[in-house]
Structure formats: C-alpha cells, structure tokens
Design a protein around this ligand. Structure first.
Ligand code: GLP
Length: 261
C-alpha cells in the first residue's frame, strides 16, 4: 500500500482527482470503478471542474459503481444511481449508457449480481477503482467478517453502517437494510485502487486496514494484498498510525515519476 497523508480532506480529494484524471489522459477509454458516500463528493466536483476548464474528456470512459441499496429505484433521491447522476455524471460528458450502478430494485437480484460481474469482464475489467472506508472498515458494502474472496452479492448492512448513513438518509426509518455490492474479490481485480479516508471517525478503521493483520473483521485490510493501492488520508484519519514517520519519509523521497502532484 502506498500511504499519502494530505493536510486536509480537500487536498486529499484534489489528489484523488489528479490520480483518476491521469488514468483517463493515459487511457481515454478507461474503465473507472466509482464510490459514493460523503468522502468523494469533492473529488467528483474537481473532476467536473477539470472537464469544464481543462477539457478532461469522459466521452470514451465506462464506469461501474460499487453498490446500491436494495429496493430503491434509480430515480429515488437516496439511491446511489441518483447520487452519481447528481454529483458527477450530469457535469461531465460521459455517455450515460456506459455508466453502471447495480440495480437494487429487480425481482431477481442474484441474476443482477451475476450479470454485473459479466458486464465488468466484458469491458476488460476495471482500470482504477475509487473507494471510501466505512467506520467499521467496510469497503463497498462488504461488512466485517464477509468473505475476502466474495463476488458481487447481496449484503445485510451492519447496525453501525445503518447508524452512520442514517445521517444522510432523508428518512432514516425508511433506510434499506440490504445492499447489492461488488464483492471484495471483485474489487481486488481492479488494476489500480485509490482509497480515501478522512476525519477522526476513520482512525480505527485506517489503523486496522493498513497496519492490522489481514483479516475479514476489517474488510479494507484485504487491500494489503493488492499490488497497486494508494491510500489517501488526512491528519485526523492518520493520527493512530504507528508508522506515520515512515509514510512521510517515503513520500518525501519519491522520484518524480512516482509522484502524482
Ligand atoms: C458507505 C458506502 C461506502 C463508503 C462508506 C463511507 O456506506 N457504501 O462505499 O465508502 O460507507 O461513507 P462516507 O464516505 O460517507 O464516510
């Protein structure tokens, strides 16, 4: 894992956007894996700005989102499809037909899970996957103790996740308790991963993900085995790390081609 500590979440999001933009410039038909949540909102705003002001071209890009709530139609204002349309897709020149979010409101969700895997394979896999981190260490909606080799599946949300996300859910009582999510095995096949985690609420999950044992109790720790993962943190989320000086040392000794800024 490459661990980069930025001054604040804003700088972290700008760096995340730079990494994704670089991928698109290097490979105009890149396949992006995208995430929802509060964390990447500024990153999406920055990608939209780059499109507007710098001509960053999404016309050949394909996207796959990590997850969707079970039972919510795409037009529901708390669905992840709606989130993506609002925060990114309608601000850039991506072809909406090339944007994929798992459907959470089909009768046969198992078929949807299998189909989602097929659609990812059909375009040659994900070039770069953006991730956030749940307070309990989840990635996508893969909650603690789920299989580290899972494929796209239907998960029951943990109580902690329900509580954390209730704050942003219009009517917390109506919040779905299940989600369709890429599995950890699916996520691990992305050729490159960028995970963002900011703020004091993520301290423990960040410690366990980076410096804890590889263990299903912290799904994010699976990324220790991924060959190309960059974790972008801020001062708060990185505060509990034991090897903080080491990460800063590495960052200050990178060669020009190893840097994103
Ligand atoms: C959500 C999403 C995750 C996200 C995480 C953190 O439930 N399923 O993809 O990374 O929880 O959310 P936030 O960025 O709002 O802290």
């Amino acid at each position: 894992m490459e661990v980069i500590i930025q001054e604040n979440p804003n700088d972290g999001c700008l760096l995340g956007a730079k990494i994704i933009a670089k991928k698109i410039r290097d490979k105009p038909n890149a396949v992006l894996g995208l995430a929802t949540g509060r964390t990447p909102e500024k990153l999406y705003r920055e990608l939209a700005r780059m499109h507007r002001e710098e001509g960053l071209d999404f016309s050949q890009v394909t996207t796959f989102n990590l997850d969707e709530y079970v039972g919510l139609p795409p037009e529901h204002d708390q669905s992840y499809r709606y989130f993506m349309n609002e925060h990114l897709f309608r601000h850039i020149n991506v072809d909406l037909a090339n944007t994929h979010v798992p459907a959470g409101n089909l009768d046969d969700l198992h078929a949807e899970c299998r189909d989602y895997e097929k659609r990812i394979k059909a375009v040659g896999g994900i070039d770069i996957q953006l991730l956030g981190l749940g307070r309990n260490g989840h990635i996508g909606f893969n909650e603690p103790t789920g299989s580290l080799r899972s494929r796209t599946w239907i998960k029951i949300l943990s109580e902690q996740t329900l509580n954390d996300n209730a704050a942003v859910f219009g009517d917390p009582g109506s919040m779905p308790k299940h989600a369709v999510t890429m599995g950890i095995g699916t996520i691990m096949e992305a050729r490159q991963i960028v995970l963002l985690a900011f703020g004091p609420a993520k301290v423990r999950a960040v410690m366990e993900m980076i410096e804890g044992p590889l263990a299903a109790v912290c799904p994010g720790s699976a990324l220790q085995e991924h060959p190309r993962t960059t974790v972008v943190l801020d001062g708060n989320s990185s505060a509990g790390l034991q090897y903080l000086d080491h990460y800063r040392w590495i960052e200050s000794h990178k060669l020009a081609w190893q840097r994103y800024d």
